[in-house]
Design a protein around this ligand. Structure first.
Ligand code: SF4
Length: 673
């Protein structure tokens, strides 16, 4: 009998089960723990296109006299070992930075963060920094855990869904189709807070087309209506919260109409949304990057968290605050310690007990000083940061202010890119290591609702490419003298020994299903919804907070529009995978700029015309789509394409707590090309 080959989709954080079907020569869905009927969206169905793509990296490359030339693995690793040794000797371990990968397995990311710590630095971070770092910061601060409070299954019990800054109908399609739509068909209501109408809005009962950067006025005004109209769950507030008197006093002074006007939404629609949420027996929040990717992203989510705490919508089925995670293992990359401030299981590097517990398993103590976050590190290339190991990410495309970031990459003494395709970042690499794609490796990933799911190898990597775990094992041994378990299962067992939230899990227990954290030693099943009696930090109560609006970082001049960016159904993040799928490119081959008819008319822009988008950071050109789906004063495009590379226009402003960039609000001029 053939070995089982169930794996997991390499795209979004839903975690749908896919596998290679030799008869069809394509990826097909299996009945996974999330896609229980085997359903897939177009990206999952096209996932085989990237496996056998002609542009796959199949042999190591080493830069010689400015040119990348083919090399043996021995030559590539000799160069890496020599350069890392030189740079760490001359400049210390904090002169190197490690990009972990939200699209690679728990075991791979665990090994890479451990390598960094053995070398003596906490300079390790991933693109999770760029999507939900602010959500995690606020939720950890208030609830003690930054992940989805609830499970997809129990969220089907919601009477109301409040979807803020997310478009799950396109970005998490299987969640929307298989969990949200059935609840809507049974009578649940959907409130959508988003600057534009999209596929999610079509299913919404109320749409609040908020101005980018003005979420706090909307959420504070909703809280004010809830308090004013007696929709507070008094018993819950008394038993499970602190700070109600202060928040009530602040909200009583708020003018709901003024706040709605400031945010650009209809006051009556806002009141209707607050009533629907406040009167629901069970109200659930889905939140996305429209909320998190602001220089006030942490405060946005703090304001959002007031709503469930005021109305008792946390700690039970069908409720909570549920960040929709982007990549297929963005949750796990943080879980396993791919963070500059946390060890596996989110134990702070500054906590001596946590370091001692890690040392018991590892045989060495990790450093105690928190490392640099991803964008901070890039901004210090050429100064204190001299070398980078870039694993499965493309920061020269995905970080904001790309022209600046690319100049920063030029300043590195040494750069290793470990990936499956040439990327924008590999233009700056001194060594490129060819890795493995979803069908070529085994391991685990952790999806958006905390389910750990197994991937199994379907085929061998092409040419001289190796499995990622194999590459990372050798890298760890060469640069840090670290011996690692030989199999993914061995690494997972070690992870479970270090991370308390995974302690009771096992490969055998996961099987072709999943185990959901927290899954402590001795547990027989994971926890569906968190915070039932106590919050994850052990406290009975969480605080209600007064949060004030702050203006976006970019001032907007009279002739300027606000550029906001996002995703579409057919493509994913940098597009490194989805733009290599013939099917997906036929579905959506090029980008457009959505612009409101009034803004287009004022600039003489006709539908389909080429337009120039520019600000002091850069210029891109793209075709215009003139549509009332986007609010006046705002334009929208995606970040999926290398041309137009929209991140040339996004800025350096960071959230002071989470260090997440302000992708969602950039002042731009739009003119006919
Ligand atoms: Fe893949 Fe996400 Fe689509 Fe599922 S919903 S098939 S995980 S991209």
């Amino acid at each position: 009998m053939a070995e089982p080959n169930e794996s997991v989709c390499p795209y979004c954080g839903v975690g749908c089960g896919i596998r290679y079907d030799a008869d069809r020569e394509s990826a097909v869905g299996w009945k996974g723990p999330v896609n229980q009927k085997g359903e897939l969206c177009p990206k999952g169905a096209a996932a085989w296109d990237v496996v056998d793509h002609e542009e796959r990296l199949t042999t190591p490359l080493v830069r010689v006299n400015g040119t990348l030339v083919e090399a043996t693995w021995e030559e590539a690793f000799d160069r890496i070992e020599r350069e890392f040794d030189r740079i760490v000797t001359d400049h210390g371990p904090d002169s190197v930075f490690f990009f972990t990968s939200a699209s690679c397995t728990n075991e791979e990311n665990y090994l890479l963060q451990k390598t960094a710590r053995k070398l003596g630095t906490n300079n390790v971070d991933s693109c999770a920094r760029l999507c939900h770092a602010s959500t995690v910061a606020a939720m950890r601060n208030r609830f003690g855990a930054g992940a989805m409070t609830n499970s997809l299954e129990d969220l089907m019990e919601a009477d109301v869904f409040l979807v803020t800054g997310a478009n799950p109908a396109e970005q998490h399609p299987v969640i929307f189709r298989s969990y949200v739509l059935p609840a809507l068909k049974s009578g649940a209501k959907l409130i959508h807070v988003d600057p534009r109408e999209n596929a999610t809005t079509k299913a919404a009962d109320i749409h609040l087309p908020v101005k980018p950067g003005f979420d706090i006025p909307v959420l504070n005004a909703m809280a004010a209506v809830i308090v004013e109209e007696g929709l507070v769950d008094e018993a819950f507030v008394a038993e499970r919260t602190t700070g109600f008197d202060g928040l009530r006093a602040y909200l009583s002074e708020l003018d709901v109409d003024e706040e709605a006007e400031r945010a650009g939404v209809d006051p009556e629609d806002l009141r209707a949304a607050a009533r629907a949420y406040g009167e629901a027996g069970r109200a659930a929040i889905f939140t996305g990057m429209g909320m998190s990717q602001h220089h006030c992203g942490t405060d946005n989510v703090h304001t959002l968290i007031n709503l469930p705490l005021l109305t008792g919508n946390v700690g039970k089925a069908g409720t909570g605050v549920n960040p929709l995670r982007g990549q297929n293992n963005v949750q796990g990359t943080g879980d396993v310690g791919g963070l500059p401030n946390a060890l596996p299981g989110y134990r702070d590097v500054t906590d001596a007990d946590a370091r001692a517990a890690a040392a018991e398993v590892w045989g060495f103590e990790p450093p105690e000083t928190p490392g640099l976050t991803e964008v901070e590190a890039t901004h210090r290339f050429g100064d204190e940061v001299r070398a980078a190991y870039v694993f499965g990410e493309d920061p020269a495309m995905t970080e904001p202010n790309t022209n600046y970031v690319r100049a920063q990459f030029e300043k590195l003494d040494f750069c290793v890119v470990h990936d499956i395709f040439p990327t924008e970042t590999s233009n700056y690499a001194d060594v490129i290591l060819p890795g493995s794609v979803w069908a070529e490796k085994s391991g685990t990933v952790t999806n958006t609702d905390r389910q750990v799911i197994r991937m199994r190898q379907n085929v061998a990597p092409p040419g001289n490419a190796r499995t990622d775990l194999d590459i990372l094992r050798e890298f760890a041994a060469r640069v840090a003298g670290l011996e690692s378990p030989e199999t993914p299962e061995g690494v997972f067992d070690e992870l479970c020994a270090v991370a308390p939230i995974y302690a009771g899990m096992s490969y055998e227990g996961i099987g072709t299903g999943s185990q959901r954290w927290p899954f402590p030693e001795g547990a027989t099943e994971g926890t569906t919804f968190l915070h039932a009696d106590r919050f994850e930090n052990g406290s009975k109560t969480a605080s209600l907070r007064v949060i004030e609006h702050v203006d976006p970082a970019d001032p907007v001049e009279d002739d300027e529009l606000v550029l906001t960016t996002g995703r579409v159904l057919q493509h994913f993040n940098s597009g490194a995978l989805s733009r290599r799928s013939g099917v997906l490119m036929r579905m959506r081959g090029e980008d457009v700029l959505q612009i409101h008819p009034d803004d287009a008319a004022a600039r003489g822009i006709e539908d389909g015309a080429r337009v120039r988008i520019e600000n002091e950071r850069g210029t891109v050109t793209v075709a215009a789509e003139v549509t009332p789906a986007i609010r006046r004063g705002t334009v929208f495009t995606t970040f999926h394409y290398a041309d137009p590379l929209v991140n040339k226009l996004t800025g350096n402003a960071l959230d002071p707590t989470a260090k997440i960039p302000e992708y969602k609000h950039s002042a731009v001029r739009v003119t006919v090309e």
